[in-house]
Design a protein around this ligand. Structure first.
Ligand SMILES: [Zn+2]
Ligand SMILES: [Zn+2]
Length: 146
């Protein structure tokens, strides 16, 4: 497992690489992610289209296999006021593996900041595509819903 840089973008091959990029991004954001979870559809598929609205705090993933739409984390609570937009890679592909990470309030398990990192299944680009301040309570319960 190793991240490599081409131009201004990072590329990896595994969800571990995606998690490493998420951690470094979050450290630079001064809310370092300490817990992580990879997205997996109920059907077992691990690749998704991703739509987010960072201002509303909403992310929706759509399974590329069965088509199920799933609001990630606590997104369902804010979905009515959101206008989520689709993400595309610099290579124009729109299918990703997703890794979520959260920072927590010191001395607690409560979510403080939410990050969504993607790995493009076509070109292997990895990056944090969305993040926002998020007060969603228990991190384990939150990450069980990504
Ligand atoms: Zn599915
Ligand atoms: Zn790509």
């Amino acid at each position: 497992m190793a991240l490599t840089k081409k131009g201004k973008f990072w590329y990896g091959t595994t969800s571990g690489d995606t998690q490493a990029e998420l951690r470094s991004y979050s450290a630079a954001n001064r809310h370092e992610a300490v817990r992580f979870a990879a997205s997996k559809c109920d059907c077992g598929c691990r690749t998704f289209a991703l739509r987010t609205d960072e201002e509303a705090g909403v992310a929706i993933r759509t399974c590329t296999d069965c088509g199920q739409e799933h609001p990630m984390g606590d997104s369902e609570a804010y979905i009515e006021e959101a206008a989520p937009e689709a993400h595309a890679c610099v290579c124009e592909n729109e299918v990703f593996e997703l890794v979520s990470g959260v920072s927590v309030y010191e001395g607690t398990h409560d979510v403080r900041w939410y990050y969504i990192a993607c790995r493009c299944v076509e070109c292997n680009l990895v990056g944090v595509f969305a993040d926002w301040k998020c007060e969603a309570g228990d991190a384990a319960a939150f990450l069980a819903k990504v």
